[in-house]
Design a protein around this ligand. Structure first.
Ligand code: ZN
Length: 113
């Protein structure tokens, strides 16, 4: 191997190492983003669970139905659903993708009517 080949090889290895380092930094940033998102979702989930607990308590205190035929707790679930969250056991607390209707949620709120 002559000196030029050796120099070319070192240049290539340096470039590859820089590429790798850049990718590493990108991956690290992506990971931080995911961790932040995860923390936010945990807080949101906690918040929703508290709201469900309140709603359930309200229902236990009095299951008087409203003029729309829904008890107060079901109205809360209806509101939660309307603001774009699942209230069904399957996906509780998750965002409804593109506001799509969920048959499980509708059954929880309106029963099998
Ligand atoms: Zn649902």
């Amino acid at each position: 191997m002559d000196k030029k080949d050796l120099f070319d090889q070192i240049t290539e290895v340096t470039r590859n190492t820089e590429d790798l380092l850049n990718k590493l930094h990108e991956t690290q940033s992506a990971m931080v983003e995911i961790m932040e998102e995860n923390a936010e979702l945990q807080i949101e989930n906690q918040h929703l669970r508290e709201r469900l607990k309140q709603a359930t308590t309200a229902e236990n205190e009095g299951t008087k139905n409203t003029k729309y035929g829904l008890s107060k707790s079901l109205q809360n679930l209806e509101k939660l659903y309307a603001s774009g969250y699942h209230v069904c056991n399957e996906f509780y607390g998750k965002h409804r993708q593109d506001e799509e209707e969920c048959a499980f949620c509708l059954t929880v709120i309106y029963g099998d009517r």
